[in-house]
Design a protein around this ligand. Sequence first.
Ligand code: LLP
Length: 423
Amino acid sequence: MRTPLVAVDGTLHLDGVSLEALADRAGTPAFVYSASTVEARYHELDRALAAVPHRIHYACKANASLGILGTLRALGAGVDVVSGGELYRAAAAGFGPGDIIFGGVGKSNQELQEGIDAGVRLITVESEAELRQVSVLASRSGREVRVAVRVNPEVAVDSVHAYIKTGQKGDKFGIPWDEAERVARLTMTLPSVRLVAVGMHIGSQLTNLAPLADGLRRLEDLVARLRGAGITTLEHVDIGGGLYVPYDDEPAADLAQYTAIVVPAVQRLGLELIVEPGRFLVAESGVLLTRVLYRKRSGGRDLLIADAGMSDLLRPSHYDAYHRILAARPRAAQATVDVVGPICESGDFLALDRTMEDVESGELLVICTAGAYGSCMSSNYNSRPRAGEFLVRDGQWAVITERERYADLVRRETVTPEWRTLA
Ligand code: LLP
């Protein structure tokens, strides 16, 4: 874990801001992100790739809050979007069309059209049918669309959870390996599309980089065959995201090994590298603050009932994910507890059977490494307003997302249906 949490006067500070003081002011649950940590990760990756022409397109599915998007844009990042909503957010955060790549396995016609109208840098297609659809829509719009073909390299992927592996045979993502060349070559005969990139994304939280090397070998093979077939329009190779982030005491991702795999392959390809990191850039920047509402014993277990649960941070219950939990006031005394949320589900927990600091009701907990796939996966289940989001830097704090209000919960709804017929 590389989150800059420091105890000052007995209480944890993030980027110079007291988390207790912030929680007292802003309420809980609350997501707090360290801007300097996002910047440090961006620069670290940028330096690691310095030997080849490259662009870092932040996979904003990890955290699409405007304040985070703005922080990354200011660093020079591009963005990777996978829906019309993310495209809207990217534009709202000030990314220009040339900074945006548009992927995703199931883009609707409307979303594709939005991407075409925006003039994004490239649209990634994941099936022959989608490529044909892009060609039709682009022709109708009188525009040429720069497309990337996402291949499923069908390699054996090691990741911490089956739900976040994507590059294996039979996965729903990408064009099956044995069809990739044919579909890529189709771009030569279809109107209004120009093949500018081939790409892959084999999974998230990759514990082993060997499959990335296997996948890159396949992309090199594909590019050689496409060039052999007379395709001269390739500009980029996109290797997706997936870099590992430590949630506990494990070592950080081995960027030297990553570079050793990626750089020579990209040099041989002679293309610009596109990477789509999400988690790596933002996970360690963020914590989720939650207060212990009650402590009780049940069936011999000690339960801490917190005011944040699966509707705020789904990862523990959905992926069995581990997030370290600290007391905002560090102490030596330990206890073994279940940290559970307020939601009416037995699957609503933040940690089970966890040995951690011994805290009482009323105390503040810091759920670590919550900057990625936290707020963006939150919901209103049990009609709980979604948490606010805050940026901290050098002793200052700023609201980037206001906490939802009750009125926000019912804004799109009506008590009195207006009945109509479809005829
Ligand atoms: N590119 C594509 C095409 C992706 O599907 C993803 C993530 C990324 C890039 C970014 O991957 P990253 O660098 O963040 O590993 N909700 C899960 C993670 C789902 C990842 C989905 N795709 C979690 O909380 O662990």
